[in-house]
Design a protein around this ligand. Structure first.
Ligand SMILES: Cc1cc2nc3c(=O)[nH]c(=O)nc-3n(C[C@H](O)[C@H](O)[C@H](O)COP(=O)(O)OP(=O)(O)OC[C@H]3O[C@@H](n4cnc5c(N)ncnc54)[C@H](O)[C@@H]3O)c2cc1C
Length: 444
């Protein structure tokens, strides 16, 4: 019997806890989390703020009660402050100020990530909001109920910022989106896809301001305006969605770190220290598109890494198959999905990369309803022919197609293998000359 301590009980931690308790009966599982809730699905935050779902109840799938019924001992609202990795001792403090000391045989760190702060004046003004926790979303929603919030400025045009501008516009607010780079979603999509998204945003009344650096937030107690290197914008609320940093404070002096300070782990989620594992947003992943260690903070990766660590701490060796950073976004009915590397990034990383694109209707032209254009772009290595990434955009739901490309990258498939792949045809679904085939056949 082992005593397994898990620090952090959100998506990664919950997956590890359930894996251990559901598959192995003879362990003591002790959990610490500094928050008061477990398993909030941040992915639903924009839908909740934008009133596209009726409330937050469905945004939780676990709880202290559920985990305790499954057999874990849970310390909520208890922050771990220090870990003695040599003597295997955890030092924590609960919300009443009581010190809790706990020993462990095996340790899983699932301390997640924290929102980046900009180094600018005005961050402590009222209505400057971060977006990570349930409490953050609840606070924003409460404030939106007052008539005083008319102008919302979102800083950061990654997927969270882009989802939120739609949500605020749906609430009837004037919305500005500011980003330092020259467009939105620049990590995940090449320019032609980013332009589609920007057009969708502007067509729906969002004012986008790219290539602008935020210098200061100004106000008297409450935020009043935001100043960039180019302009000043009226703001009653400012949302800062400028990325996340791995929360690795508890191991920064003892564990090996990646270049962004995430805990460096092997394929079994083990850190450089025996019996210490790290999962989710605080840890690295193996990225199949670059065939190397990387940092990709997603709930999907968090859950998978939790399952892997859960088995390994209990003695069943299980290795990650690696990830591709598969992701999707759906804004005002424009669906975009991507996996692996975009062309711009592949070239920047030194690949001799090329791409092949194709645009067509999803179904034959004689299908008059629910038939939209689809744009696909496949990025591949011109030397090895290995598929490095794929992006697809459409008003059609094309989301399932990206999983095939995710598997293709995982399995190091070449673009040539895709050319004559058996893809079925039925006019209700697709075209005989499928756009996947057509794009692949177009690869030089
Ligand atoms: C608005 C938003 C939308 C998102 N949408 C998507 C999406 O659509 N798809 C997707 O895949 N991902 C999405 N994500 C990312 C996803 O939420 C994260 O990747 C995921 O939360 C990571 O889970 P985690 O358990 O590793 O870390 P976290 O969720 O950060 O949880 C870490 C936990 O550790 C606890 N903790 C930290 N330090 C201590 C300590 N010292 N003592 C005790 N407890 C501690 C915290 O309280 C927390 O509960 C979104 C994120 C946000 C914010």
């Amino acid at each position: 019997m082992s005593k397994i301590v898990i620090i952090g009980a959100n998506h990664a931690g919950t997956a590890a806890i359930n894996t251990i308790l559901n598959n192995y009966s003879n362990n003591e599982v002790v959990v610490f989390d500094k928050n008061s809730n477990i398993s909030f699905l941040g992915c639903g935050m924009a839908l909740w703020i934008g009133k596209q779902i009726s409330g937050s109840e469905g945004l939780f799938y676990s709880s202290q009660d559920k985990l305790e019924k499954n057999g874990a001992k849970i310390h909520m609202e208890t922050e771990v402050q220090k870990i003695d990795y040599i003597n295997k001792i955890i030092y924590a403090k609960n919300k009443l100020g009581k010190d809790i000391i706990e020993t462990y045989d095996k340790l899983i760190l699932s301390t997640g990530s924290i929102p980046n702060k900009l180094n600018i004046p005005g961050l402590s003004l009222n209505n400057v909001q971060f977006v990570k926790l349930y409490q953050d979303a609840a606070d924003v929603i409460e404030k939106l109920k007052t008539d005083s919030i008319k102008n919302v400025v979102v800083v950061g045009a990654g997927y969270i910022g882009v989802e939120l501008v739609e949500a605020f516009q749906r609430c009837g607010k004037n919305v500005d989106l500011i980003d330092l780079t020259d467009s939105c979603l620049s990590e995940y999509y090449d320019k032609e896809f980013r332009d589609k998204m920007t057009k969708t945003l502007t067509d729906n009344g969002i004012d986008t301001h790219y290539g602008e650096k935020v210098l200061e937030i100004i106000g008297d107690k409450k935020v009043e305006k935001i100043i960039t290197n180019k302009k000043s914008y009226k703001a009653d609320m400012v949302i800062l969605a400028v990325g996340f940093t791995p929360n690795t404070f508890l191991g920064k002096d003892s564990l090996e770190l990646f270049k962004n300070c995430a805990f460096k782990v092997d394929l079994t989620q083990k850190t450089n220290l025996k019996d210490v594992y790290a999962i989710g947003d605080c840890a690295t992943v193996f990225d199949n598109s670059i065939q190397d260690t990387n940092y990709i903070a997603l709930a999907t990766n968090a859950v998978r890494s939790g399952i892997i660590a859960g088995h390994n701490v209990c003695g069943t060796k299980l290795e990650s198959v690696g990830v591709q950073g598969s992701n999707g976004i759906s804004i005002y009915g424009l669906n975009m999905v991507s996996t692996g590397l975009i062309l711009e990034k592949a070239i920047k990383l030194g690949f001799n990369a090329g791409s092949t694109s194709f645009q067509d209707l999803q179904k034959p032209a004689f299908i008059e309803h629910n038939n939209n254009e689809v744009l696909i772009k496949i990025v591949y290595d011109l030397d090895t022919r290995r598929i490095l990434g794929t992006q697809i955009a459409s008003k059609q739901d094309i989301s399932m197609a990206i999983h095939m490309f995710s598997l293709a990258i995982q399995e190091k498939l070449t673009i040539d293998k895709l050319k004559l792949l058996d893809i079925f045809f039925l006019p209700h679904f697709n075209q005989p000359y499928n756009y996947i085939t057509m794009a692949a056949l177009g690869a030089k």
